[in-house]
Design a protein around this ligand. Structure first.
Ligand SMILES: [Zn+2]
Ligand SMILES: [Zn+2]
Length: 306
């Protein structure tokens, strides 16, 4: 059952990912704000440097990518301490952890850690089947290590001249999505919760569009200036309103069809066509050619109802 839910909710999005350029991260960085730099790739990795400590958000797929990220972080670091956290438990975000030096302090929300324990192996198996390249990068990855710090709703790290607020605000793309706000930059590292013109996808049983909207309201109240998503271009704070408007619009279109008795499969086809004309920039997003995720989106909205 779990697997079938994952397949329904996640495989379409994951399959779209498989068309992506090789998931090997480069050492090139892009400055996002005063204390935040990013390796833009699959996925985007954030490196936040303070005077005393450095925080890395997400690992890349497999230990060799993790080692690349750790090397870049070391080059940028001013202080000796290295923290690592993950936006969610999916392999390209969490399964490169073994590439980091052993003294790295790993932090994760309790809900995300629980989800990793329950579903991590399923996702690793799925990614291993998706492509030989993924399988090669994930070779030898088994049980991931237990975090040094597990937090409930939030924890703030003082990096020296900059702080990073790690937050779990509720389910969305997964049950355990984490958001990170860096101050004084007011930069939000948003994972899959706020993207730049990417059809949102709920992966697995834990995520929820209804809860996702609540999370977006909480993020809007934080008034971030800059946003770094995990699978699309960085943008400004208006990405939150854009994400919310899309979710509300496409969700109400789907629910209207459900009310008319249209099957989820037919609604998926009709809304894929509507999506192309209503959101042409989203449909052509070069970062994420995932127009196929509209049927997955519709299926999930039908399941959640309302
Ligand atoms: Zn994901
Ligand atoms: Zn991802």
């Amino acid at each position: 059952m779990r697997i079938s839910v994952l397949v329904l909710g996640g495989l379409l999005a994951v399959a779209a990912r498989a068309q992506f350029p090789p998931p090997t991260l480069s050492e090139n960085t892009t400055r996002i704000s005063d204390h935040v730099q990013a390796i833009l790739g699959f996925p985007n990795i954030a490196i936040i440097t303070g005077e005393q400590a450095t925080l890395v958000v997400d690992t890349g797929l497999g230990p060799s990518n993790g080692a690349t990220v750790a090397r870049v972080a070391k080059k940028l670091a001013k202080g000796r301490k290295l923290y690592l956290t993950t936006t969610h438990f999916h392999p390209e975000h969490a399964a490169g952890e073994a590439g980091f030096p052993p003294e790295t302090i790993l932090l994760r929300p309790a809900v995300q850690q629980q989800e990793l324990v329950e579903h991590g192996a399923e996702l690793l198996a799925l990614f291993n089947r998706l492509s030989p390249e993924y399988a090669g990068l994930l070779k030898g990855v088994g049980t991931l290590r237990t975090p040094d710090v597990v937090f409930e709703n939030g924890v703030t790290l003082d990096l020296g001249g900059a702080t990073a607020r790690l937050m779990w605000l509720g389910a969305g793309h997964t049950k355990g999505d984490e958001l990170i706000l860096v101050d004084p930059d007011r930069t939000l590292i948003s994972g899959d919760i706020v993207q730049n013109k990417v059809v949102p996808g709920v992966a697995g049983e834990g995520g929820s569009f209804t809860s996702w909207l609540t999370v977006l309201d909480k993020l809007e109240a934080l008034k971030p200036r800059t946003i770094l998503p995990d699978h699309s271009r960085p943008g400004d704070g208006s990405l939150i309103a854009q994400e919310k408007a899309f979710l509300l619009d496409m969700r109400s279109r789907a629910l209207a069809l459900k009310k008319q008795g249209v099957s989820a499969a037919d609604a998926g086809k009709r809304l894929s066509a509507e999506f192309q004309s209503a959101y042409p920039e989203w449909a052509k997003n070069p970062d994420w050619p995932n127009t196929t995720s509209v049927p997955g989106f519709v299926q999930r909205v039908y399941t959640e109802g309302r």
